[in-house]
Design a binder for this molecule. Structure first.
Ligand code: HEC
Ligand code: HEC
Length: 258
């Protein structure tokens, strides 16, 4: 919880004071802790969390050959429960061959194109969301542990800069809300520390599962700032910074959000 108590609407003056104060780095908590107890229970219950449907679809796709002469994911990644357990905790990461920053979606697309010889699924397709949710779910409960040194450093720095930069017509930075106003109410949400540990997640507002980049686009729109494309370098860098902020927090995919 932030410095203001949760669930109570603050006076406008208080909000202003909170914005003006330099944000202090508090202990980082999962967005789940800012949900209602009922949504928390629903998220934890596989039978009532709709996002598990996507995980199930992902599990099926993982075993299916895309074409008769192409290999299924599982042909190369046998026993994914073991072989891919923990993978999601290390993404985004820099791809050694290309020097690009890849998130889990990017890595899956790379296998799809380079190792299965298929056209990419594309961001926010049901296939890529399902496979990403499935692969991430194999790391449920394991602590995030991305690298921010070596080749990852410039990406991390870019993400941090973006997180702290004021943007949009409302001239607000991510940090002003996700550090400075944590615990305050905004349009029915309780502002969290803005980490991505539950994504891809089922959002009630979307009536659908969406990627972390879709959530970031919603925040960009909220402050009337440029919405970058899905998979854009800006959101990838932000994703790395968010994962570094959340270091040690468990992967919770697939989550439920308002
Ligand atoms: C005007 C305040 C505001 C700003 C500025 C803002 N957000 Fe958000 N953000 C929210 C609200 C409200 C939510 C939904 C409740 C929550 O989880 O915090 C949210 C949700 C999120 C989430 C999902 C957290 C979860 O666990 O579901 C992430 C990640 C996030 N924001 C990142 C960012 C980033 C990165 C930026 C800067 C590009 C940003 N936000 C800018 C208000 C803001
Ligand atoms: C022909 C074999 C092959 C197929 C088919 C294949 N992969 Fe891969 N995959 C690999 C190899 C090899 C690596 C390691 C790449 C590297 O480390 O540079 C890898 C890496 C990965 C990683 C990252 C693992 C890590 O620890 O960082 C994920 C996730 C992944 N693949 C998912 C998939 C998915 C999902 C599919 C199906 C859409 C798929 N792969 C199809 C061979 C394959």
């Amino acid at each position: 919880m932030g410095r203001a108590s949760r669930g109570r609407a603050p006076a406008a003056g208080l909000v202003l004071v909170a914005i003006l104060l330099a944000p202090v780095q508090a202990e980082i908590k999962s967005g789940t802790e800012f949900l209602s107890p009922e949504l928390q229970r629903q998220q934890a219950d596989e039978a009532r969390n709709p996002a598990f449907f996507w995980v199930e679809q992902g599990r099926e796709l993982f075993s299916r050959k895309p074409t008769p002469d192409a290999q299924a994911c599982i042909t190369c990644h046998a026993e994914p429960q073991q072989s891919l357990r923990g993978t999601a905790t290390r993404y985004p990461q820099v791809d050694a061959a290309s020097g690009r920053l890849l998130n889990l979606e990017g890595r899956i697309e790379q296998c799809r194109v380079e190792r299965q010889g298929q056209p990419p699924f594309g961001y926010e397709t049901p296939e890529l969301l399902s496979l990403t949710a499935y692969v991430a779910s194999l790391s449920r409960g394991l602590p995030l542990d991305v690298r921010t040194d070596g080749p990852a450093k410039p990406f991390y720095e870019a993400g941090k800069t973006l997180f702290e930069r004021r943007q949009g017509q409302l001239n607000l930075s991510c940090t002003q809300c996700h550090d400075g106003l944590v615990g305050q109410k905004l349009r029915g949400d309780t502002i969290s520390q803005g980490v991505g540990t539950a994504f891809p997640a089922y959002r009630l507002e979307w009536n659908d599962v969406g990627s972390l980049h879709r959530r970031l686009r919603a925040c960009s729109l909220g402050v009337r700032a440029t919405q970058f494309d899905y998979g854009a370098p800006e959101y990838l860098a932000l994703e790395l910074y968010l994962a570094a902020r959340a270091k040690g927090l468990p992967v919770e995919t697939p989550g439920i959000r308002r």
